[in-house]
Design a protein. Structure first.
Length: 175
């Protein structure tokens, strides 16, 4: 087997993107240019990561129940912390709320951070069956929902065409 692998021989069929089996999780990570102890930058980065993860979930028409935060310090110690929701979601708002809570649980104040990551697992293609939240916050894929409208703008004009102010650290510092 090793001999064949070393020669680049493989009988595994090549599959198109839409034929590949569904992944076990959807996530994004960001490695900072420099280690940082700036909590404003951490939260702005988390917001951008959660935004991307929510968009990827909606593009794949998936919902997830478990949200995992990955946190790597300057000394390369990696910590992950996860929490499961009662109902699956594709909402970046819900994902961000859980990710922020997980970050606070890690008590990173004063630590130099090298990498942050957010992933969603326990994926399902069926929408959540839980009773809808009276005040919103659940998965909303109706044509007029903010997430769907933002996704359409990004599809048409590119991912940088529209974004959340909180995900833009430089703009945040002006206020």
């Amino acid at each position: 087997v090793m001999y064949r692998m070393a020669r680049g021989e493989d009988n595994t069929p090549v599959l198109a993107e839409n034929e590949r089996p569904q992944g076990k999780s959807i996530g994004n990570e960001h490695t900072f240019d420099r280690d940082t102890a700036d909590p404003v930058l951490w939260h702005a980065t988390l917001l951008a990561l959660c935004d991307r993860v929510g968009r990827r979930l909606r593009q794949a028409e998936l919902y997830g129940r478990t949200i995992t935060l990955k946190f790597r310090t300057a000394d390369f110690r990696t910590t992950t912390h996860a929490d499961s929701l009662q109902a699956a979601t594709d909402s970046e708002k819900v994902i961000f709320g859980v990710a922020c809570r997980l970050l606070e649980d890690l008590k990173p104040a004063g630590k130099q951070v090298r990498l942050l990551g957010v992933s969603v697992s326990k994926l399902s293609s069926s929408p959540p069956l839980a009773q809808p939240d009276l005040f919103g916050g659940g998965a909303d894929r109706s044509p007029g929902s903010v997430s769907v409208v933002v996704d359409k703008i990004r599809d048409r004009f590119g991912s940088a065409a529209i974004g959340r102010l909180g995900a833009r650290r430089d703009e945040l510092r002006r206020f």
